[in-house]
Every structure is written in structure tokens, then in C-alpha cells.
Design a protein around this ligand. Structure first.
Ligand code: GDP
Ligand code: MG
Length: 667
């Protein structure tokens, strides 16, 4: 196929969806190249802001047919990267170079992120796949960093270096300065641009696998040309283009150096690979290579620093006194952390700051994880000793404070704990604070509860010790004169003892305070417990004392009193059997009528005594049976047994009396 009647004027290399058009390119190349080009071809690309006449330049210089912005409609051309084969260079010299030209179509909306992304990737692609990169700028843009696209160029160079740094071939950067008026000579413009580029190159952080001292000129040759204003000086413009074409044909610009080392059919594959790498490089603002190196090195430094930390840590905490002050512990923590972080910072801070910071975070987490184990142990110990301290206050016999005053030291101990906790916590926010404090306060509350419960028990015991003998002795005394009102007196006496003993705690008509810092309800419960324990004392005593033998003894005693003594308490002298018999009957009846009084506890108006509270917890639920147990002292069977035994035992009194008559008669 002849170069002059190309069926396809150009082909899309990268479409608007950023897809590489491999098949279309191969077909296009086959359609425009009819012989084996071997290595004898060039790829030339253009870079520059939109609508700066790039396509116009290429079409004029290389006779390509790229879309040019329509002057009247200012329509947007299809976005993407286009490839066109040059049938011939516009030149004063006949030529037959095989030149492929790439034109980048973007949009004017440079501020839009999506477009910037494409622009950057397209520029990088052009740079990595071409031998000549034409940088198209207006004359008035020279010296303006933004205007001349230097920022974009810097990113592109930077990423190019990290992506293709070691494989990159040398590229010619041809600055085509448009609309050159002629006031400033080319050499001055070239100087300015060279200085700007050199400065920019120095500011690029070189990837680790690239020598730090590489120069711009190791990667790029710089050439500068000017073109006259196309519209104002059309003839001059054409003349300038021809002169530029001459440079291409005279082998001045197309030096062998720039050539790729593979045939043109390999270029498609190579370009595809380049595009893939550029595409997969998620964020071209991030120097990938640098990041990788930073990650690798920072990981190593983290490891080293952690080892340092661990050896120091082991040394300090191997045999550690957990009773030290929180301030001291806090200092140790801070020192250890600082030592470790200093070691990390001194080596790692020069690496990519994102990587450096994120690895620093992981290091801090690792440090804290270890410190936390000590923190936990320390707090456990601190909690234990604080609770012990609290307990000791109650056990201290020399401490004359009241129970209430002692229990108020809870606040002080809690405060002390909080201060210690705070001391360590402020050095490290990784530690638990609120939870630990809450837990400790709960522990203290629980401890005080236990202590109070014990104190209640001892109040009850003390109370019991005091009233139990009173109940016993006074009830015993009352029982020694058993009559119909004996239980009224026992009950009254009992209530009096209880009321007297509780009077110290009474604060008003129906409220008590046992000075344990408890609520009205709790105090009421204690009062009930005390009363109940008094009832138990009474119950125990009467059931113990009024057993069969004792009751027989009481009855006998009462019998003897009335049988042996007359109403003036004078011992009787028996005169005859009849008299004895009568008195004997009277005395035994008198004694026996006491038996029911001692067998069941009833008041004089015949009401059975029922304790105010159930006395035996385990029988609480089983109806009122339990409460009747108190009054029911001797069963009917027991009473009969007592009666029988009693009558048998007093017989001897009768016989003795009879004998005394015989003695009297005998005298
Ligand atoms: P591209 O977007 O960079 O490819 O620019 P185009 O080649 O499509 O041209 C954009 C506009 O600039 C068109 O209207 C051209 O006629 C105009 N143009 C082309 N070359 C020149 C030039 O040398 N000087 C000036 N002032 N305008 C030009
Ligand atoms: Mg264009």
C-alpha cells in the first residue's frame, strides 16, 4: 500500500475508556507499512495544554490528519491517544523516514480530577513509548511554572523514573515554542526552560534503585525551536515548520540513540505493557517505588526498634516490684516508648511520610500491647493493696473512729487509686481508664458491703451476749413463782429488756440507726434481726429450762412448800392421819394445777404467745406451725409422765409425815 493514499488516517491507541486498542493498532500498522521496517522507525509524541495547536503542528509537520479543533464551533474531539503514520515530513529536503506520530486528545477542563488523571497517564504513556517528546508551549508561558505545565511534567518524570527508571531509554525532549514574536531570542528562552527543568529534576525524590545523582541529561536530551504565529504570520509559520522538518530529516533530531530496541510489531506489546503498568499504578501522585522501598525499610526498622524495646523491657520487668509509685511506673513506660520511637524515628523519618507514619502507628501499637501487660499486672496489684488498706482501717484496734468514719475512707482510697491510674494513663491512651476506675469502685463497694455485713453480724452477736443472760436470769426468776400471770410477766419483762437494749439506736418513734451508714430500710431490717435473736434466746431458754425433770422439781418444790409449811411458813406438826391426807391432797392439787401453766405459754387472758417473727428460717413457708412451737413446751404425754413421776416422788413425803405421828404418839 502506498503511503500517499492511506485508507485509515489514524488509529486510537487508548480509547476514551482508557482501554488499549491492541488489535486495531496491529491492523493499522499492517495497513500502513508494506515492508519489514526492522528497527528503522521512530515514534514521536506531543505533550502540552489543550488547544495550543498540537494537532495543527503535527498535521503540518508530518502530514498526519489528526482532528483539529474547529475554529468556529470549538467542538471537543474524541478523548484518547491517537496514532498516525507520517507519509512524509514537511521539509526542504526529500525524505523517507518511517515516523509514527502520537497525538493526545484531552479536554480543556484541566481542573477536573478525572481529566487530570487521564492527562497524567497519557503524558506518561507518551514519554515511555516514544523516542521524541514534543513539548508544545506558548512563548508567553516560558518561565511560568503552572502555565508551562511544569507541575505535570514533574509528576510525569517522577513516576516515569520509579516505574521505568532502570529500563528507560533516552528520550529527546523537543520544546516547540509557539507564537514566537522574536523579541526574546531562542537562546534566552532555552536557558530559562533549561534552568526550570534542572531545578525541577533536583526536586524529584529519586527511587532507591536509581542512583541519587542521576542528571536530567542522563535520561533526556533537550532541544528548543520556535515557531511563528500561524494566523498572524502564516508564511513565516510554514517556513519555520519546514526548517523544523529539515532538522528531522538531517538526522539531527532522530538520532539512533532514541530508538527502541525492538521491531515495530514489538512496539504494540511494549506499549501495552507500559499502559498496564501506568493503569495499575493506582495513584500517580504516589511514587510507587519509593513507597515499596519505604515499606520494606520501615518494616525492618520497626523490627529492629522492637527488638531494642523487648530487651530493655525484659531487663526492667523481669524482676519487677509492682509496689512502686505510679509516677515511677509512668516514667519507665515513657522512657521505654521514647527510646523505641527515637530509634525508629532516627532511621525511618526520611522515608515516605505516609509509610513512615503508618509503620510508626503499628510500632506504637506493639509497644503498647506489651506495656499493657505490665499495666494490667500493676493495676491488679494496686487494686489488691488498696482493698487491703481499706480493710486494715477496720481491723486496726487502735483506730478509735466510728464505723461510719472508717467507711468514709472509701472515698479517699478511691481517689488515691484514681490519681495513680491517671498518672499512668496520661502517658498512654491505649490503656483502659474509665473501665478500670469503674471496676475498682465496684470492688470497693463490694468490700464495704462485706465489711458492713460482718459488722452487722457482730452487732447482733454483741446484742445477744448482752441480752441473752438478762432474759435467762430474769425469766428464770419469774418462773420461780408460777401463777396464772407468769407469762404476762415473762413477756413484759422480755419486751422491756429488748426495748432498753435498742434504746441507744432509736432516733425517733419508729426509726433506728445502727451507725453503719445504712438506709432506713436496712436499719429496720437490722432491728428486726436483733428482735428476732432476742426471741430465739427466750425460746431457747424456756424450752431448755422447762424440761420434764426441771418441771417435776418445780412442782415438787411447790408441793413441799404448801405441804410442809403452814400459811405462816411454820413447819407443820401432824396430829393425825386425816390431817395429813387432807393437806397432802391440797398440796399436790396446788402443785399439779401449775403443770399446764408451765406446759403452754399463754397470757392470763388465755392467749397463746406467738413470737413477732418466725424463728426458724427453714420453716418459713410451712404455715404458722413454727410459731406455735414457741408456746407448746410440754406435750400431753409429757405432762402425764410428769404427773405420774411427780405423784410417785411425793409419796415419800406422805410416809414421812405418817411416821412423824407415830413418833409423836410414842413419846
Ligand atoms: P490542540 O488541542 O493542542 O491539538 O490544538 P489544535 O491543533 O486543535 O488547535 C487549537 C486552535 O488553535 C485551533 O483553532 C487552531 O487554528 C489554533 N492554532 C493552531 N496553531 C496555532 C498557532 O501557531 N498559533 C495560534 N495562535 N493559534 C493556533
Ligand atoms: Mg489536538
Amino acid at each position: 500500500m502506498s503511503k500517499d493514499n492511506l485508507t485509515n488516517v489514524s488509529v486510537q491507541v487508548i480509547d476514551e475508556n482508557k482501554v488499549f486498542q491492541k488489535d486495531n493498532i496491529n491492523n493499522y500498522i499492517k495497513s500502513v507499512v508494506d515492508k519489514d521496517l526492522a528497527l528503522n522507525y521512530h515514534v514521536i509524541s506531543v505533550f502540552g495544554s489543550q488547544s495550543t495547536g498540537k494537532s495543527t503542528l503535527l498535521n503540518t509537520l508530518f502530514h498526519t490528519k489528526f482532528d483539529v479543533m474547529n475554529e468556529t464551533q470549538r467542538q471537543q474531539t474524541t478523548k484518547g491517544i491517537w496514532l498516525g503514520f507520517s507519509p512524509k515530513i514537511q521539509s526542504n529536503i526529500t525524505n523517507n523516514e518511517n515516523i509514527f506520530v502520537m497525538d493526545v486528545e484531552g479536554s480543556d477542563g484541566r481542573e477536573r480530577g478525572e481529566d487530570q488523571d487521564f492527562e497524567r497517564k497519557a503524558a506518561l504513556f507518551a514519554l515511555s513509548t516514544s523516542q521524541v517528546l514534543i513539548i508544545n508551549i506558548w512563548e508567553h508561558q516560558v518561565g511560568l511554572y503552572q502555565g508551562a505545565n511544569m507541575g505535570l511534567l514533574k509528576t510525569v518524570f517522577d513516576v516515569n523514573l520509579s516505574l521505568f527508571g532502570n529500563t528507560a531509554h533516552k528520550v529527546l525532549l523537543l520544546f516547540v515554542i509557539r507564537d514566537h514574536i522574536g523579541n526574546t531570542p531562542l537562546e534566552n528562552l532555552a536557558d530559562t526552560l533549561t534552568q526550570d527543568l534542572t531545578k525541577m529534576w533536583e526536586n524529584i525524590t529519586k527511587p532507591k534503585n536509581v542512583d541519587e545523582n542521576v542528571k536530567l541529561t542522563d535520561y533526556f536530551d533537550l532541544k528548543f525551536v520556535t515557531l511563528s504565529h500561524k494566523v498572524l504570520q502564516p508564511d513565516q509559520f510554514q517556513e519555520d515548520i519546514k526548517k523544523l522538518g529539515d532538522k528531522f530529516t538531517k538526522d539531527d533530531l532522530l538520532k539512533i540513540d532514541y530508538k527502541q530496541n525492538f521491531p515495530v510489531d514489538g512496539w504494540t506489546l511494549y506499549a501495552e505493557n507500559c499502559w498496564e503498568q501506568i493503569q495499575s499504578n493506582k495513584d500517580l501522585d504516589l511514587p510507587t517505588q519509593q513507597t515499596l522501598v519505604a515499606r520494606f525499610r520501615c518494616d525492618e526498622i520497626v523490627k529492629e526498634s522492637l527488638e531494642l524495646f523487648k530487651s530493655e523491657f525484659d531487663q526492667i520487668f523481669e524482676s519487677f516490684d509492682y509496689n512502686i509509685d505510679a509516677v515511677q511506673l509512668s516514667e519507665k513506660f515513657t522512657k521505654l516508648s521514647q527510646l523505641t520511637l527515637n530509634s525508629y524515628d532516627s532511621q525511618a523519618s526520611h522515608y515516605n511520610s505516609l509509610v513512615y507514619n503508618s509503620k510508626r502507628e503499628t510500632l506504637i501499637n506493639d509497644i503498647n500491647f506489651k506495656l499493657k501487660s505490665i499495666y494490667d499486672l500493676y493495676l491488679k496489684n494496686l487494686k489488691k493493696s488498696s482493698i487491703e488498706k481499706f480493710n486494715a482501717i477496720f481491723q486496726d484496734k487502735t483506730n478509735k473512729s466510728t464505723f461510719l468514719e472508717k467507711s468514709q475512707s472509701k472515698d479517699l482510697i478511691s481517689k488515691e487509686f484514681e490519681i495513680s491510674l491517671n498518672q499512668i494513663f496520661t502517658t498512654n491512651e491505649y490503656f483502659e481508664y474509665e473501665l478500670e476506675l469503674k471496676e475498682f469502685k465496684n470492688d470497693l463497694d463490694r468490700e464495704l458491703q462485706n465489711i458492713t455485713l460482718n459488722e452487722i453480724k457482730s452487732v447482733i452477736i454483741k446484742f445477744n451476749k448482752k441480752i441473752s443472760p438478762l432474759i435467762k436470769n430474769q425469766t428464770l426468776e419469774i418462773l420461780s413463782i408460777p401463777d396464772e400471770e407468769v407469762w404476762d410477766r415473762i413477756l413484759n419483762n422480755f419486751h422491756e429488756i429488748v426495748t432498753n437494749s435498742l434504746s441507744n439506736f432509736k432516733i425517733n418513734d419508729d426509726e433506728f440507726d445502727f451507725k453503719l451508714g445504712l438506709s432506713t430500710q436496712e436499719n429496720k431490717e437490722i432491728k428486726i434481726k436483733l428482735e428476732k435473736s432476742a426471741w430465739i434466746s427466750l425460746d431457747q431458754f424456756i424450752h431448755d429450762y422447762l424440761n420434764e425433770d426441771n418441771v417435776i422439781t418445780i412442782l415438787k418444790h411447790k408441793f413441799e412448800e404448801s405441804f410442809q409449811f403452814d400459811s405462816n411458813n411454820v413447819p407443820r406438826i401432824w396430829k393425825n392421819e386425816q390431817e395429813i391426807s387432807k393437806s397432802y391432797k391440797e398440796a399436790s392439787d396446788f402443785a399439779l394445777h401449775l403443770l399446764p401453766l408451765l406446759s403452754i405459754a399463754k397470757t392470763s387472758n388465755n392467749i397463746e404467745i406467738i413470737p413477732d417473727y418466725p424463728l426458724f428460717e427453714e420453716q418459713d413457708d410451712e404455715d404458722k406451725e413454727d410459731n406455735h412451737r414457741f408456746a407448746h413446751i410440754l406435750t400431753a404425754v409429757q405432762q402425764n409422765k410428769i404427773k405420774t413421776k411427780f405423784l410417785k416422788q411425793i409419796e415419800i413425803n406422805y410416809r414421812d409425815a405418817s411416821r412423824s405421828i407415830i413418833t409423836n404418839v410414842a413419846k
